[in-house]
Design a protein around this ligand. Structure first.
Ligand SMILES: C[S@@+](CC[C@H](N)C(=O)[O-])C[C@H]1O[C@@H](n2cnc3c(N)ncnc32)[C@H](O)[C@@H]1O
Length: 413
């Protein structure tokens, strides 16, 4: 038995409106993908938008409905030489990987708007779910949304490091019975953003859904960026949601209201630079530090377990430097934050005691006594760390630019 979640179409044929498809494809940061997969492609709204963005990409579309037609006639051919191959087959069949030749021609990007249905359970679904790591997170395996099966099938077929942009129905985003699924998803794959879509994003249904963009890499992320797209296609500022809260629910509306109640709505915040805060970068390079005979605080001295704490750092004191104005020094009341490093967002402390030079890998934030506590608490909070992480650049060793740090949003009482 197939049940439909949001309408009466047995195959869940609620096609994506073209402007939503273009929006979804615009969310990928991949520059020139080689092979793109679109499972449950319908008439190719998503893959068509992808082809417009990346004209050279080789497109594979799959749909069980033999009647689907693509606006572009060449799309209906199924020859290997074509830049578009279409397969009329069940996307949830187990041997899809060999049919699509995924091993020798890896898929590096995928788009998907799965059918909004709950298909009758088949044993092969267990294998699909298991292949993506979702096997033991379903309270009712006999009653699983097609969205979850299509997500798992995409993850099985994609190559490592590939990116997927998938539209998931609100049930997978918010329902309690899928909490474990969300937790596994967020802890297993790098979910880069979630964007709640406005009602009316699809033809013939007003179903609620969200776009989820993720990478198939085993990389733990502490935070998820959750957005909302309005009916007039304006994208909200992101909310920075820690993984545990995001597993609870992944929708923008819930977290926006939760944060508003907690008084941390981004609308009420003001940037650090508007608070007459002084930010200086330390002046001594690693090479210089090795040549001096006084202690210098470097990022290795800022321990992650001390994040957000005011520390007694008198052991770095060197009274002999009092007259040297060319060396940037920290003093009690200053906030220190790592400027570079893989986990710079975890290296944020306050100076309770001590006056000492700092390395050029550290920023010294000096602000008025009345707001110091607030500034440190907010930069070191889960949301603050997520903000820092999202505004740092660089793949391995990240860096945080001073001009970015100056825009850090602070909420004052
Ligand atoms: C929500 S529509 C999305 C269509 C298209 N991707 C879009 O965004 O407009 C879902 C599509 O999945 C197809 N479909 C349903 N069950 C399927 C299955 N088991 N295997 C492959 N395609 C399926 C339907 O025919 C339909 O075209």
């Amino acid at each position: 038995m197939i049940t439909t979640n949001s309408g009466s179409d047995i195959l869940g044929r609620y096609y994506t409106k073209n402007e939503i498809s273009s929006f979804l494809v615009g969310q990928f940061d991949i520059k020139s993908p080689v092979r793109l997969l679109d499972l449950g492609a319908g008439s190719g709204s998503l893959s068509g938008a992808a082809k417009t963005r990346w004209p050279d990409v080789k497109v594979l579309t799959v749909d069980i409905d033999p009647k689907v037609e693509f606006p572009d006639e060449s799309a209906n051919s199924n020859s290997n030489g074509s830049s578009h191959e279409h397969f009329v087959i069940d996307a949830l069949s187990q041997d899809l990987s060999s049919l699509l030749n995924c091993k020798s021609a890896p898929i590096d990007v995928a788009v998907c708007n799965p059918p909004f249905i709950t298909p009758k359970w088949r044993n092969e679904f267990s294998e699909i779910l298991e292949g993506a790591g979702f096997h033991d997170c379903l309270p009712f395996p006999m009653d699983v949304d097609a969205g979850l099966l299509f997500l798992a099938q995409n993850l099985r077929l994609m190559s490592d490091n590939a990116t997927l942009g998938i539209i998931l129905p609100d049930s997978l985003i918010t329902a309690k019975k899928y909490l474990k699924f969300r937790s596994v998803l967020l802890n297993t794959y790098a979910v880069t953003k979630v964007i709640q879509l406005p009602r009316g994003s699809f033809h013939n249904t007003d179903a609620l859904a969200s776009i989820v963009i993720l990478k198939k890499i085993k990389k733990y992320k502490d935070f998820v960026l959750v957005y909302c797209l309005s009916g007039d296609r304006k994208l909200s500022d992101p909310l920075y949601i820690d993984v545990d809260s995001a597993a609870e629910r992944l929708d923008y509306t819930f977290h926006f209201h939760r944060l508003q109640v907690a008084g941390v709505s981004s609308a009420k915040r003001i940037a650090l630079q508007e608070l007459a805060v002084n930010i200086r970068r330390g002046s001594l390079s690693s090479a210089q530090i090795r040549g001096v005979n006084f202690p210098v605080l470097h990022i290795t001295n800022i321990k992650e377990e001390s994040i957000g704490q005011w520390l007694d750092l008198k052991s770095f004191d060197s009274g002999c430097l009092n007259d040297d104005s060319s060396i940037v020094k920290a003093q009690p009341g200053d906030i220190l934050i790592s400027r570079v490093g893989r986990n710079l967002e975890s290296k944020i402390i306050g100076v309770m005691a001590g006056s000492f030079p700092v390395s050029d890998c550290v920023y010294v934030i000096r602000c008025a006594p009345g707001i110091r506590e607030t500034v440190l608490a907010q930069i070191a909070s889960p949301e603050g760390r997520a903000w820092i992480s999202a505004h740092a650049y660089g793949v391995a060793a990240k860096q945080l630019a001073k001009k970015e740090l100056l825009t850090f949003p602070i909420l004052l009482d």
